[in-house]
Design a protein around this ligand. Structure first.
Ligand code: ARG
Length: 463
């Protein structure tokens, strides 16, 4: 967004700045919000990690970007429903059940559930290389699970609960909550109905015993929806979930915050919903994000062959923040708490400042620095601004006339005047980075102003 201040006359500029300042004082933290979304619901599906697997950086991006979008859209007056669509169903559970039943150890599972389940999964694949019958066993256990076998269900439930508990720790650190946890398993039965509906509409073809939807004419290949053995797929469950959510929420928009590697999947999904005759298919959007790379341009999901744990990452960030605080401000009270806020904030902002579609480089040391375009720099600016208000002990009044203002104030006021437009931009394009860049520039203008102009004790402090 560009506002051409240059073309305005001096008196227009003054008027713009004056109205902006008055508006801010009047609206306070509602400044820039609107009721554009009044009476409308936006469903945001975000995070959606997979049970019995590690929470990946991709899931972290989805969580952070999805949450930011939820705040931006809420600010525009929409009612937001945040859904965590857990990957809690699929053939891998057959494998896990077999592995656990044959050589699993309860004690180890309890000690470190997700890593242990991962280990079992890897072991399953290694053993199955020499003993292919394990694969058949796994298929038959997954079938039992689908058919509601008690034994299978109870193991699956435990794996699921362990995972949810682990993920919950992360969400707590990140300060994120969901309105609904409904995973793929929830749509298992509904997926059968979806297949029947697709058949009734004549959209399903048979192909070597499996059931497919031909999307070749739309340039989207062939979509498999039911395998030869009757097992349904990720896509089939997504079809059922979308239909169900529209019935439940009558959404104005449904956002899927998922990595760009799933672009084809979502194109197929939306196309299928469209040819099923659902007009609201056009209200579904895949809000994608790029990969996180390490400094050498490699994918970050595995580091030195090991899986990259989010909890360790957040801990590392907090520790680094602690060390910086210790160096800069050793007498600070509540250093632990401050370090957590700075560490977690650094990771959140480090992500949000990137244009989400692009791949980004993950560099913790840069994210955590107090200089440059970083979370800690913004937090530091915010703390300074807050301290002015605290020290002043006067609440800002709406002035009748704004006194003559200097260049630093003009620059800052111009920036502030842009805020509602930036929010608009970010919400229209579903781009949190628009707000992030703006926040950085605003902090810069503020810090320039703060260094140059004295506020407390000046004659304009209150009028
Ligand atoms: N659980 C999936 C994964 O980790 C992401 C789910 C995305 N959402 C969806 N509706 N398909 O890859």
């Amino acid at each position: 967004v560009v506002i051409e201040f240059e073309g305005l006359s001096d008196s227009d500029k003054e008027l713009l700045i004056e109205t902006t300042i008055k508006q801010v004082l009047k609206d306070k933290d509602k400044y820039g919000s609107s009721n554009e979304g009044k009476g409308r619901t936006i469903v945001i599906e975000m995070s959606s990690p997979n049970i019995a697997k590690t929470f990946s950086v991709g899931h972290l991006r989805s969580t952070i970007i999805g949450n930011s979008l939820s705040k931006i859209l809420e600010f525009k007056g929409y009612k937001i429903v945040k859904i965590n669509y857990l990957g809690d169903w699929g053939t891998q559970f057959g494998k896990l059940i077999v592995a656990y039943k044959n050589w699993g150890k309860e004690k180890e599972l309890k000690k470190d559930p997700i890593n242990y389940l991962l280990k079992l999964y890897v072991e399953f694949h290694n053993k199955a290389k020499n003993k292919p019958s394990l694969e058949d066993e796994a298929r038959s256990w997954f079938k039992k699970l689908e058919d509601g076998n008690k034994d299978a269900l109870s193991l699956w439930k435990r794996f699921r609960e362990f995972s949810i508990k682990e993920f919950g720790k992360l969400y707590e650190i990140l300060g994120i909550n969901f309105d609904e946890y409904s995973g793929e398993s929830f749509y298992e039965n509904k997926a059968n109905k979806a297949v029947e509906e697709l058949k009734k509409r004549g959209l399903v073809k048979e192909s070597e015993g499996a059931e497919v939807i031909e999307l070749e004419s739309h340039g989207l290949g062939t979509a498999l929806i039911r395998k030869k053995d009757g097992a349904k797929l990720y896509l089939t469950r997504d079809i059922a979930a979308a239909i169900d959510r529209y019935r439940k929420y009558n959404f104005h928009k449904m956002i899927y915050e998922v990595g760009k590697e799933q672009t084809l999947h979502f194109k197929q999904l939306f196309k299928i919903l469209e040819i099923m005759g659902y007009k609201w298919a056009s209200q579904c959007v895949h809000v994608d994000h790029g990969l996180y790379l390490d400094k050498d341009g490699k994918k970050l999901s595995t580091r030195e062959g090991k899986t990259f744990s989010m909890e360790n990452l957040l801990e590392e960030a907090t520790m680094k923040a602690y060390n910086i605080i210790q160096e800069k401000n050793p007498s600070l009270k509540n250093k632990d708490k401050a370090a957590e806020i700075v560490g977690v904030g650094a990771i959140i902002y480090g992500d949000l400042k990137n244009e989400r579609k692009r791949d980004a480089v993950f560099e913790l040391d840069r994210f955590i620095s107090f200089e440059g375009n970083t979370g800690p720099y913004l937090q530091y600016s915010y703390a300074r601004a807050s301290s002015i208000i605290r020290k002043s002990k006067k609440s800002p009044l709406i002035p009748k006339k704004i006194p003559e203002i200097n260049d630093f104030e003009v620059k800052l006021a111009k920036k502030i005047a842009l805020f509602p437009l930036i929010v608009n931009d970010a919400s229209k394009n579903l781009y949190p980075s628009a707000i992030a860049s703006y926040a950085y520039e605003l902090a810069q203008s503020f810090n320039e102003f703060y260094q140059a102009v004295s506020v407390i004790g000046s004659k304009e402090e209150s009028f």
